[in-house]
Design a binder for this molecule. Sequence first.
Ligand code: GAR
Length: 208
Amino acid sequence: SKKVVILISGRGSNMEAIVRCAQREKWPAQIAAVISNRPDAAGLHFAQREGIQTAVVDHKAFEGREPFDAALMQAIDAFDPDVVVLAGFMRILTTEFTAHYAGRLVNIHPSLLPSFPGLHTHQRALEMGCKLAGATVHLVTADLDHGPILAQALVPVLPDDDEARLSARVLALEHQMYPRAVRWLLEDQLQIDGLVVRHRTGESQLFV
Ligand code: GAR
């Protein structure tokens, strides 16, 4: 069966949603490991309680991105994954890293890409007066936050929103969308044509 490695930096609620969905739906795939760049990432406790192997590759122990990414690749490849999932993993990756996992490295980003790549997406959407916000699951390429879009989640921005309220509304859909998209990738359900990704059987890639 196929193997998934999930990378986290903190809370790990998207990782948790993927693990729970895989259990509930009895995926013919195994969450082989959860790896964090932060030793104190809260999500590591959940993974350990679920009996999932965990590892820490602390970026602070390395001088620069290249040696960190090389160590991270070694830790990941020890589990021989078919898909590598970035779930709130807050490090920028080198082109060596993204090339090594081309086509099998996926990320979730809390905005409607290509709007608001980078950090503080919800705050920026509020400051821009956006009436819609959301999140995007995409393949990771060398072009930061601009890889082929696998799925998007759409939520309204409400008049009384602050960053906490908006991010919570988006996160609830992230938890629906990310397990679906990972399963599509594992089952080879996606047809990728440059930046344009279509589901082979026409299943909706929009979550509302
Ligand atoms: C999620 O909202 C995810 O979209 C975002 O961080 C949060 C992680 O939450 N990712 C990024 O900002 C990537 N640059 P989680 O640790 O509970 O899954």
